[in-house]
Every structure is written in structure tokens, then in C-alpha cells.
Design a binder for this molecule. Structure first.
Ligand code: ACO
Length: 324
């Protein structure tokens, strides 16, 4: 059975950078109080990228995909599978993956979206790996892309300071060399209320709450517990030790979750890739964006063992272990 090998990656962040100070000044005009020091001390976030009005998830996804295809040295016509992980699709339908396919000029690939919120990318990556292993696809494009700024309640300081917009992508190809060597996806729907955007469109109207709501402390505890267990189990299944991991690329929600996780797993802090300070939480885009940053700056190299981890609404989580 072939492995799914990562042969390229790319990222795209909208050009408008909003610092904590700029955000605090903007919120102050509406009598909402926050500060750079509160945001940095609780989350590690210093800034986020936010789209201009009218910019959509498929546009960000297409730019990240083009960067990943260029990095892989292949053309869009070679793709036979396109999966987009997003919770902020352009439309209810067609899928964002179909919009990206049209933008790239690909014809004939299977294209669909995966919705697992901040775990979306590891869900999509594991799905693409299964297609490749089963012989149902040879060359897959996997994207995580979000315009979370569109579902934030900008009067809720407990959530609006946490997120940003962006997209990250990987190209996978069937190969005799590893490859993804381990993966695990998990969910616990009984925790659906800790992080949700519970609205819908029906009969021409928004029904329910269209904004993201979160029980931050519950999310913190669930994230640390689930990711610790998952990392250990995936390593055990793959027959490697946690100490063999060269790079950990966790979901970028909060530096305190990332540091807590690293400590529980006994990983050196230098082995953990962190972009939450610059990107904030870009949900499904966070893992491929962080991976791409560390590949392009030369940290992640051929032969390295890399663990990717996602966690988020659902409640969902998962881990993917990759030999580069
Ligand atoms: N600026 C200033 N004060 C604030 C802000 C803000 N932006 N947000 C909340 N506060 C205030 C609250 O109103 C509260 O004030 P009070 O004591 O007067 O009532 C106080 O700070 C404490 O509020 P908490 O919500 O209890 O703050 P907490 O210490 O839990 O920190 C945080 C909140 C950072 C969200 C924390 O719960 C956390 O790290 N959670 C992890 C979840 C997370 O990072 N989620 C991101 C998305 S989920 C995901 O991607 C998996």
C-alpha cells in the first residue's frame, strides 16, 4: 500500500494586520475594554490578519493552494482530489473545494469540504491519506481556510480578540517512501456546546445565533487532555517514542494550551512550532500555516518526524504523524 507523502505546502494571510493595540483602540470606540497586556498574557496573541470586506474563504484557499502547487512543482491538472477544511465556507453550497477547483482550472478531481472546525485540517489530511492508501487518489490538495472574522461577535471581548483569517495548504502524493505513518481522529459530540456557532439559514432568514460562542475554560481543559492522550496513542501505534518527534505543530489557539501540552508530553519548547503570536487562531488554517512557516524557514526538513495536532468545536481532535 502506498504512503501519502507531503510534496509541497503553502500559506496565505490577508495583508491587513491588526495589532492588539489597534484592536483595543477600535473596541474602545464602542466602550469595550481590552488591552495588549491582557491579550498577550492570556493567549500569547500579538496580532491577527483580517480580510477586507468581501474577501472570501475560497479566495484565501486558492492563494494558499497556488503556493503549495508551486512548491510541489506540479500543475493543478495533476490533482485528482481536492479537500477544503473550513467552517466559514463561501456558500452553503456548492462546496468551497469546488470553487477552489474552478479557480485553479482543474477539471475532474473529486472536490469536497470537511467541517471539523479547528480540527478540520487534520481531518481533511487523514481523509486524503485514506484515499491515497486505498488507491482512490494519487495526488491530493488539502487546504484549511477560514474567514473567522465574519462569524465573530465584535462586541464580545472574550472571543473577538482570539481569531484571525488565513489559509494553508499541502499537496500529497502516493509514494513508496513515507509519508504519513500514523493518524487518529476523535470526536465527542456531547461537548457540542463548549464551542459553537449555532445559527443557520432557513426560509430566507438567519435562524439562531450566527456568532461564535465559547466556554473558554472548558475548551482549555478538553484541548489539553485530548491532545496529550492522542499524541501518545498515535506514537504508540506507529512504534515511535514522543522523544523521536523532531517537530510538533499543534493547533494555534492559545500559547498557554501549547505550552501546557508541550510540558505534559515532555517536549523541548524549541521543538514546538508557534505562530499564534503572529496569526492568532485561524481555526482550520492554523496547522497548515504553522507547518508551512516552519518548512519555509528551514526548521522542518526532509527525514524529520513531525506531529500535527488539531482540536476544536464538535468537540473534535486528532493527530497526524508524518515522516518528511
Ligand atoms: N480583555 C480584557 N478582559 C477580558 C477579555 C479581554 N479580551 N476577555 C475576557 N475578559 C475578562 C472577563 O470579562 C473576566 O472579567 P471578570 O472577572 O470581571 O468577569 C475576566 O477577563 C476573566 O474571564 P475568563 O473568561 O474567565 O478568562 P480566562 O482566564 O478563562 O481567559 C481565555 C479566557 C483566554 C479564552 C481562556 O479561557 C483560554 O485560554 N481558553 C482556551 C480556549 C481558547 O483559546 N479558545 C480559542 C478557540 S478554541 C479552539 O481553537 C480549540
Amino acid at each position: 500500500m502506498p504512503y501519502a507523502k507531503i510534496i509541497g505546502s503553502g500559506g496565505y494571510l490577508p495583508p491587513r494586520v491588526v495589532s492588539n493595540d489597534q484592536l483595543a483602540a477600535d473596541l474602545a470606540t464602542r466602550n469595550i475594554e481590552t488591552s495588549d497586556s491582557w491579550i498577550v498574557s492570556r493567549t500569547g496573541i500579538q496580532q491577527r490578519h483580517i480580510v477586507d470586506p468581501g474577501v472570501t474563504t475560497s479566495q484565501l484557499a486558492t492563494k494558499a493552494a497556488q503556493a503549495a502547487l508551486e512548491d510541489a512543482g506540479i500543475s493543478a491538472s495533476q490533482l485528482d482530489l481536492i479537500i477544503v477544511a473550513t467552517s466559514t465556507p463561501d456558500f452553503i453550497f456548492p462546496s468551497t473545494a469546488c470553487l477552489v477547483q474552478a479557480n485553479l482550472g482543474n477539471q475532474g478531481a473529486a472536490a469536497f469540504d470537511v467541517q471539523a472546525v479547528c480540527s478540520g485540517f487534520v481531518y481533511a489530511l487523514t481523509t486524503a491519506e485514506a484515499f491515497i492508501k486505498a488507491g482512490r487518489a494519487k495526488t491530493a490538495l488539502v487546504i484549511g481556510a477560514e474567514v473567522f472574522s465574519g462569524i465573530l461577535d465584535w462586541s464580545d471581548r472574550g472571543t473577538c480578540v482570539l481569531f484571525g483569517d488565513g489559509a494553508g495548504a499541502m499537496v500529497l502524493q502516493a509514494s513508496e517512501e513515507p509519508g504519513i505513518i500514523g493518524a487518529q481522529l476523535r470526536a465527542d459530540g456531547s461537548q457540542k456546546d463548549v464551542l459553537c456557532t449555532a445559527g443557520n439559514v432557513s426560509h430566507g432568514q438567519v435562524v439562531g445565533d450566527p456568532f461564535l460562542r465559547m466556554d473558554g475554560q472548558a475548551v482549555f481543559k478538553l484541548a489539553v487532555t485530548s491532545l496529550t492522550k492522542s499524541a501518545q496513542e498515535v506514537c504508540d501505534e506507529a512504534g515511535v517514542s514522543l522523544q523521536d518527534i523532531d517537530w510538533m505543530v499543534p493547533h494555534q489557539a492559545n500559547i498557554r494550551i501549547i505550552n501546557f501540552l508541550g510540558r505534559k508530553l515532555g517536549l523541548d519548547t524549541e521543538k514546538v512550532v508557534v505562530t499564534v503570536d503572529q496569526h492568532a487562531n485561524t481555526s482550520a488554517a492554523s496547522v497548515p500555516l504553522a507547518f508551512d512557516v516552519a518548512r519555509r524557514d528551514g526548521r522542518i526538513k526532509s527525514g524529520d518526524l513531525v506531529m500535527l495536532q488539531g482540536v476544536g468545536g464538535g468537540f473534535t481532535w486528532g493527530s497526524v504523524l508524518v515522516r518528511m
